[in-house]
Design a protein around this ligand. Sequence first.
Ligand code: AMP
Length: 555
Amino acid sequence: MDTPADTTTFADLALRPELLDMLDELGYEEPTPIQREAIPPLLDRKDLLGQAATGTGKTAAFALPVLQHLPAGDRGDAPTALVLVPTRELAMQVSEAFHRYGRKLGARVLPVYGGQPIWRQLKALERGVDVVVATPGRAIDHITRGTLTMDALRAVVLDEADEMLDMGFLEDIEAILAEVPEDHQTMLFSATIPPRIDGMARKYLRDPVRITVGREAAFEGDEPLIRETAYVVPRSAKPAALGRILDIEAPTAAIVFCRTRNEVDELTETMNGRGYRAEALHGGMSQEQRDRVMDRLRNETADLLVATDVAARGLDIDHLTHVVNYDVPSAPESYTHRIGRVGRAGREGVAITLVEPRQHRMLKAIERHTRRRMDVEKVPSVADLRARRLEMTRAALHESLLVDGDHLDQFRVVVDSLTDEFDVVEVALAAIKLAHEATGAGADDEDVPDVSLQTDRPGDGGGGGKNRPPRRGPSAGTTRLFINQGRTAGIRPKDLVGAIANESSLSGRDIGAIEITSNFSLVEVPEAAADEVIQALRNTTIKGKKANVRRDQKG
Ligand code: AMP
């Protein structure tokens, strides 16, 4: 079912050896669809409009060409590339990605965002950098101070452009772009392309290549019979969540897809440590090793195959009941390829996807592509798990009573000898306890935090305060801040969101209800970040004015 284009390798993309070595070291086996399509034109210094969400591998899609173009030899002090991102969190992530991919090239990368002492950024800029990854507000700040030199820029990336516009950064972005030298390459990435992004593309991109992830027809022929479920899990809790889900689902055989070779090896080890019979399968293994793994799966000495897409291509495992996406696949097409391995020949299969809170857009893109709905469910709780394990023990006993009836008599002597001292029900209970524990039940009781997708956004009604009754207490886990400026000072929700997102570690999605009265405003923020936000807002200006910020007394 794979299209011929799927076989493109990183080497086919003509990347520098330092980059290829690094990708190999990271265990990346092949480019994701957005990388396959975007990298060649970007290497030719074409402008690009890419519709791609977090989880598609878009960061490497623009980072690798930018790194490829770093001048050889002495690179001077001024940056040659500027990446604009909506939040501090993303600035750090993107800059780490650049750092990782560009390590063998000695790439100097600097994240620049509000909330961090400016002197540290000034020093780093003075020492010389190649790539600056900045939130728009801080970038403007440095440009105004003359500390961010724009003269040497050859590439500008607008990442998550739709989100930057939602957060009110349009003016800042336009002011920044006005400072970039004429001869440069522009790349615009956005999960959605609403008219405003389209307008921006028309204004700032020259004859751009357009790329959308998720265009192929979803299923060829009959739709497979598959129950599709997504679980929202923070990255750190994924192994525990996977264990919990497998315990509840009790698959006959499952394949768990990971993104990289390194991730496959790590997860296989973790799952074996937790008592599952897991085998790794990835492109770094010899044919002989792979055959051995497949044999163990076929003769059922293994029940979990942890694999990369490349290694699992073309595999046909007859008794496979479950496909697990340990990571959201990099494109909706890979999702359908993966889950199409179950639900064949009239048997129902199960597809499970672990989603990180930031990846909700990828989930939507997949649903649009398959034209099917995934159930978004909570990771089963410890109580669910116990109930399920008891049910399995009950079923095993029931079966034994039905099937082994005649052979049970040999144990009567044990019961008889104990019933002198104990009630027969007590004896049964103790026997069940032993049988229950013999199945390994009770091992994994760690907590999996209960998180949800980050879809609420102030300003679009989701997390905003429009429909809230005035002055009620803040929601659980949040604190309400009082800001002594309101409608008369021209304050709009986006000014507050912009100031907070730009100056603190919060992103727009972390901010709760906003209420603006004529003379003051109230904003809900997570309790844990309240002090940081207060400090950050006191050190900045909102609509050009210093604001007085404190915890709301009535909250
Ligand atoms: P992004 O969509 O840029 O946020 O990337 C999502 C994740 O995919 C990141 O953890 C990357 O490290 C990883 N990734 C990006 N490209 C590849 C690739 N070609 N193979 C495996 N993993 C990748």
